[in-house]
Design a protein around this ligand. Structure first.
Ligand SMILES: *Cc1c(COP(=O)(O)O)cnc(C)c1O
Length: 386
C-alpha cells in the first residue's frame, strides 16, 4: 500500500488512502451499539452475545461500581481541572495509588489517564538515547510507541523466544556495558492470549543486569491471588521492576497504572510527559477505581475468576487467559467468519493487520465471567468447525 498514491504532490485528499485500505480488506469503520455494553448488546437492531469486550469480570456495568462513580462526582465534582503537579493532587488519585501499591505489594504506584498514556509516558521517562529497550515482537502498540518516543535503541526478540533474547542481551552487554537495558513484555498477550515465560525472563534480565517492564493489562483482575496478575501468581512480583496495568479491562473502568518503587515513581512524576502535561483523570474515576480494586481483591472477585475459568475451559480446555484467538490467516476469511457469527447471534471481532502481523488475521474471542455458560457452549459449537 502506498501512502498518498494517486494524488497530486502534497494533496491532502485522504480518499485514495481509504480506498487502498478497503482494497486490502483493512478498512475499519465505527459501528454504533444501540445498548450499553455488557454480555448482551444490541447492534443493527439485533441482540448479540458480546464476545468482543475486555470486561472479563463483568464489572463495566456493575451497579455498585456505577454507584461509586456517581458518589465520586457528588463528592469531588466532574473534572480535575489541571495536571496533578500544577494545582495539587486530589485525594482519590492518591488514595487509589496507595491502595493499588498495597494490593500489588510494591512500594508505590502512579496512575495515568489510560494504559496507553502509561506506556507512552513512562518508557521515555525511563530510557533515553544511551539506553536499550528490548521488546517482545508481539508487544502492544502503546509499548512500541513509548519505546520509539524514548529515543533509546530498540531491539526486538521473536515472541517468547528466551534463547534469542539471551543472545540479544549478551550482544548488547558486550557493546554497551553501562547502558540501562529494559526488557519489555506482556503477561497475557492481547491478541494471542498466551503468557510470557516470566520466570525465565526474570532470570535472564537479572543475569544481564537489565530491568523488566511487564504489561499486565489483560492479567490484572484475572490472574494470580486476589487477581493481582501473573507476577503475583508466580510469586515473583518483587523481581519485576515495573508492573504496568490498566483499569480499562477486567476493572471495568478506564485509567492506567505503573506499580514500582518509590524512587522510580518519583522519577515518573518528574519526567513522564503524559503525566506532567495532561489533566488528571476525573477524580470520580479514581474514586470508582478504588471500589473496583476492592471488588477485584474480594471473595466476590475470586468467585468471578472461578466462573471465568470455567467459561474459558468450555471454549478451550487448559487455555491460560480469557483471550482466545481463532487463527484464519486472510483478512477476508476473518471478516467473513465474524460476519457469519454475527448472523448466528455472536459479536466476535475480526482482528487484522496492523493489530496482528500480516497473514495472521483471526477472530478474537474474549470471555467474561458475566457470560452464561450456555451462551459460551453455543459459541463453542459455532466455532468448532472453523
Ligand atoms: C489495552 C492495552 C493497553 C492500553 O490500555 P488502555 O487503558 O485501554 O489505554 C496497553 N497494553 C496492552 C497490552 C493492552 O491490551
Amino acid at each position: 500500500m502506498t501512502r498518498r498514491s494517486g494524488t497530486d504532490l502534497g494533496s491532502p485528499d485522504p480518499q485514495q488512502e481509504l480506498a487502498d485500505l478497503s482494497e486490502a480488506g483493512l478498512l475499519r469503520t465505527l459501528k454504533p451499539l444501540d445498548s450499553p455494553t455488557g454480555p448482551r448488546v444490541m447492534r443493527d437492531g439485533r441482540e448479540l452475545w458480546n464476545f468482543a469486550s475486555n470486561d472479563y469480570l463483568g464489572l463495566a456495568t456493575d451497579p455498585e461500581l456505577a454507584e461509586a462513580f456517581i458518589e465520586g462526582v457528588r463528592k469531588y465534582g466532574a473534572g480535575s481541572a489541571a495536571s496533578r503537579l500544577v494545582c495539587g493532587t486530589l485525594p482519590p488519585h492518591h488514595l487509589l495509588e496507595e491502595a493499588l501499591a498495597a494490593a500489588k505489594g510494591t512500594q508505590a504506584a502512579l496512575v495515568f489517564s489510560s494504559g496507553f498514556a502509561t506506556a507512552v509516558g513512562s518508557l521515555p521517562a525511563l530510557a533515553g538515547k544511551d539506553d536499550v529497550l528490548v521488546l517482545d515482537k508481539l508487544c502492544h502498540a502503546s509499548l512500541i510507541d513509548g519505546a520509539r518516543l524514548s529515543g533509546a535503541t530498540i531491539r526486538v526478540f521473536p515472541h517468547n523466544d528466551t534463547t534469542k533474547l539471551a543472545r540479544l542481551l549478551e550482544n548488547i552487554r558486550a557493546k554497551q556495558p553501562a547502558a540501562r537495558v529494559i526488557v519489555i513484555t506482556e503477561s497475557v498477550f492481547s491478541m494471542d492470549g498466551d503468557l510470557c515465560p516470566l520466570t525465565e525472563l526474570i532470570e535472564l534480565k537479572d543475569r544481564h543486569g537489565a530491568l523488566l517492564f511487564l504489561d499486565e493489562a489483560h492479567a490484572f483482575g484475572v490472574l494470580g491471588p486476589r487477581g493481582m496478575g501473573l507476577a503475583a501468581e508466580l510469586g515473583v512480583k518483587d523481581r519485576v521492576d515495573f508492573q504496568m496495568g490498566t483499569f480499562s479491562k477486567a476493572a471495568g473502568l478506564a485509567g492506567g497504572y505503573l506499580a514500582t518503587t518509590t524512587a522510580w515513581r518519583d522519577l515518573l512524576v518528574n519526567r513522564a510527559r503524559s503525566f506532567v502535561y495532561s489533566t488528571a483523570p476525573p477524580p470520580a474515576l479514581a474514586h470508582a477505581a478504588m471500589t473496583s480494586l476492592e471488588r477485584i481483591t474480594s471473595s466476590d472477585g475470586d468467585h468471578r475468576r472461578k466462573q471465568l475459568r470455567e467459561n474459558i475451559a468450555v471454549l478451550s480446555a487448559g487455555h491460560p487467559s480469557p483471550v482466545i484467538p481463532v487463527l484464519l490467516g486472510g483478512n477476508e476469511a476473518a471478516l467473513e467468519a465474524a460476519a457469519r457469527l454475527e448472523t448466528r447471534g455472536f459479536l466476535v471481532p475480526a482482528i487484522r493487520y496492523p493489530t496482528v502481523p500480516r497473514g495472521t488475521a483471526r477472530l478474537r474471542i474474549s470471555v467474561s465471567a458475566a457470560h452464561p455458560p450456555d451462551a459460551v457452549a453455543a459459541l463453542a459449537s459455532e466455532i468448532s468447525p472453523m
